[in-house]
Design a protein. Structure first.
Ligand code: TXA
Ligand code: MG
Length: 340
């Protein structure tokens, strides 16, 4: 049985009950500022293995460990260098994960046998209090069945996880809507393994340099820095095509060429009356990347309910937060991408 706790209007005593269960080995789904997470006590390998079962997740895909205080780090990682320290000071708490060398106390199934662990301090009151009350680090992947878009609102989470976790905490729709930026410092250079709200420019502003992993827009194969990049992800059930042009007229014309009977288009507010299709789902203004990032996973789920023959998604420029949006969209379309 899953207990759903509604904390949309503020934290109540019920959070303590969920935190105690979490500490004692139960799974608790909780909100963060990015997406919801399926949490387990990160020091309890049996509880952690339940996460993999509940999501249908591959065992070689490591989990991020969530903390509420920098003090918690001493027990978890062996070493933090100067560049890592400066990144953490700048972006934590926030939508940012840093890969650090792990201590043995972290079970091997958390890190999928890697010598490193992803550490994140969410900037969300409920997540912060939950981790603090539990008194343990919390391993948590995004709350979605493996391959599906990450959960950003409660109805999507209940439909996938009701009955397979002990608690679901409702904190309303998540703010950012895309998962955290994952960064590993390699030879002194911050390297983005998964783009997110913290952009390359944000990192350059602090450190002066930043690399982006080769697999951000390409299909990853073999040994990769971030195992999550190998897997099918964010995909609706129907066939998807991603189309981008920096010129809105060209973009419209290209989309028109591909429309067949029963096509749903996910695109910008500016073109919503210009494209003739079965249904048009607007992700917000093309100028407003925050709104697109906030809405995109929700729309990728909504589109499934319409059961379309084809889903056409409009792309955005690959700059700033647009890098993270395009990283997710290219994967949701299984690399079926046209740029004109
Ligand atoms: O915003 C987020 O990061 C959300 C919330 C719940 O915190 N979590 C999340 O976790 O997105 P997950 O498991 O869905 O994605 C974690 C990503 C995966 O691509 C994984 O391969 C990568 O981080 N990762 C985790 N630990 C790693 C490590 N030690 N080395 C390299 N990549 C790692
Ligand atoms: Mg995920």
């Amino acid at each position: 049985m899953t207990k759903i706790i509604d904390l949309k209007d503020g934290i109540t005593e019920e959070l303590k009950e969920a935190a105690t269960a979490l500490r004692n080995g139960s799974l608790v789904i909780f909100p963060t500022e990015t997406v919801y997470g399926v949490g387990a006590n990160a020091l309890n390998s049996e509880a952690v293995s339940e996460i993999f079962i509940s999501k249908g997740r591959a065992n070689d895909n490591p989990l991020i460990v969530h903390i509420s205080d920098f003090k918690d780090l001493n027990d978890l990682v062996t070493d933090i260098n100067e560049v890592e320290r400066r990144l953490m000071d700048a972006f934590m708490p926030g939508p940012f994960t840093i890969i650090l060398p792990k201590k043995d106390i972290i079970p091997n199934n958390v890190s999928a046998n890697l010598k490193t662990v992803g550490i994140r301090m969410p900037d969300n009151k409920i997540a912060h209090e939950l981790i603090k009350l539990a008194g343990c680090p919390v391993a948590a992947p995004s709350a979605n069945k493996s391959g599906k878009p990450s959960g950003t609102r409660i109805e999507d989470i209940i439909s996938e996880f009701d009955g397979s976790v002990s608690y679901i905490i409702d904190g309303g729709e998540t703010k950012v809507g895309l998962e955290s930026t994952v960064v590993k410092v390699i030879d002194g250079v911050p390297t983005i393994l998964r783009p997110g709200k913290i952009t390359p420019e944000d990192i350059i502003n602090i450190i002066g340099t930043c690399k982006i992993d080769d697999f951000i827009f390409k299909k990853a194969v073999g040994v990769v820095e971030s195992p999550g990049m190998k897997y099918k992800h964010y995909a609706p059930n129907g066939k998807c095509l991603l189309v981008y042009s920096k010129d809105l007229d060209k973009l419209k014309n290209e989309i028109d060429k591909h429309i067949v009977k029963n096509t749903v288009v996910i695109g910008c507010e500016e073109l919503k009356n210009d494209i003739k299709c079965e249904k048009y789902l607007s992700f917000g203004s093309i100028e407003d990347l925050d709104s697109i990032s906030h809405n995109i996973f929700k729309l990728l789920r909504e589109v499934d309910r319409l059961n379309p023959k084809l889903i056409i998604i409009m792309g955005v420029a690959k700059t700033g937060l647009g890098i993270a949006i395009m990283n997710r969209l290219i994967r949701s379309c299984s690399y079926n991408y046209i740029e004109v």
